[in-house]
Design a protein around this ligand. Sequence first.
Ligand SMILES: Cc1ncc(COP(=O)(O)O)c(C=O)c1O
Length: 266
Amino acid sequence: MKTLANLLNLRLEPVPIDREGLIPEAFEAACRKSNPRALYCIPTLHNPTNATLPDGRRRRIAAIARSYGVAVVEDDIHGLLPAETPRPIGHYVPELSYYIASLSKTVAGGLRVAFLIAPEHAVEPIAQAVGATVWLASPITTEIAATWISDGTADRTLAGKRREATARQRIARALLGRFGLRSHPASYHAWIELPPPWRTNAFVETARRCGVVIAPADLFAVGHDAAPNAVRISLSAAPNRDLLTHALTAIASLLARSPAPGRAVV
Ligand SMILES: Cc1ncc(COP(=O)(O)O)c(C=O)c1O
């Protein structure tokens, strides 16, 4: 979204979140202050914090969007991973909702076919935008997606991905649980606020020197305020569970010790 906003010259403003995700009062304050055109959000398994918005908050966010006339772009990229999820925000405000889901996280990374539910009046302009940019969805991948959905392959693959995610989350919890890991049994990633005196950049760099690549919080942050002192750890990138265990063990031992003291700068 940050890259896209840059490309399209859109101004992004952050809205504060807590452990349950987007804070409705903060969204309303942003509506009052900035008169935004749209809200972009990931209500289920938020990337990077794993927060999932409860139903009550989804209803309140929908009501605020309606009263300020703000479109809701709802990225449900991980929506099929948990066995159960609350209804999308768009369910409560369909006239302003752009609900997007794709198969790349739930079926196959290379199967880049997405689905969009948009308000009736927006369908024609969206079709024109698709025509003007990519012309049409790739017919071969769309055919594969349609076949896999109708013959059950997509459901079986999703079930396998859920099982693997749960197994990997168990490993993460066993090794990193004591450091306040924020995770979900069906998520592909974990979020950790770093214990002091670790600072995000030093931690990411030290992990990289140990051969483990993790993402600093500021990669996901927008606005001028400091990003939280935290990192996102992807559990899906390691080709197998043994390698994941090895990498997370390295992370755990870094978390358990302080950064090496550097030379003082005065
Ligand atoms: C939150 C989020 N939304 C959307 C996407 C893009 O999905 P696709 O590869 O299907 O375009 C990603 C991919 O990493 C993502 O993390």
